[in-house]
Design a binder for this molecule. Sequence first.
Ligand SMILES: *Cc1c(COP(=O)(O)O)cnc(C)c1O
Length: 217
Amino acid sequence: MSLQEIQTRIENACLAAGRARDACTLIAVSKVQPNERVQAVLEAGHRVFGENRVQEAQGKWPDFKARFEGVELHLIGPLQTNKARAAVELFDVIHTVDRSKLARTLARLADEMGTCPDIFVQVNTGDESQKAGVSVDDADALVAECRDLGLPLKGLMCIPPVGEAAALHFALLAKIAARNDLKGLSMGMSGDFEDAIAQGATHVRVGSAIFGARDYG
Ligand SMILES: *Cc1c(COP(=O)(O)O)cnc(C)c1O
């Protein structure tokens, strides 16, 4: 599917939900994709991209950023504290703050570097033991701590459990955001971004529907 088709589907889903046509930002998830596919999407004019590994992003984005103006880069994968400095240097938005230690590290780096990416708190809405994200029960406390630390907190992010109705998780994330007075909702991927928009997503993270299947070979 083309970038333009995805954009049109996003706009239509916004309008169908009674929201503004441009209420939702498309993050093109370029992880693992060959550089020529990423470049084609840049040449088509798109500027908002997502990567889930700091090291992989360091390998390609400094060069793309030098060649294409206005790139906005989102980290959507887990962040270890020892990579936090590199992440602050490279990314405009971090979607995966899920623990106090990481929040405190980012606040310290922000102080030292005089800049900080926008922040989303990742919530493990399915309370899956193997998955990243703060538990539903601890989400409000982590949100409060991020605010106390002065981090530029914009919203919440989730990755619903495989094989479950994603819409229930989107609704839960929206509920937690509303009670914390947060506007940003990073939710929805290639298979379910229209459902996410119906539930209020402000950022959808779409990879394979734009770029084609990822080849991990
Ligand atoms: C890879 C990834 C996506 C994109 O997945 P697709 O199914 O290819 O759209 C979205 N969010 C996160 C956190 C990812 O790691």
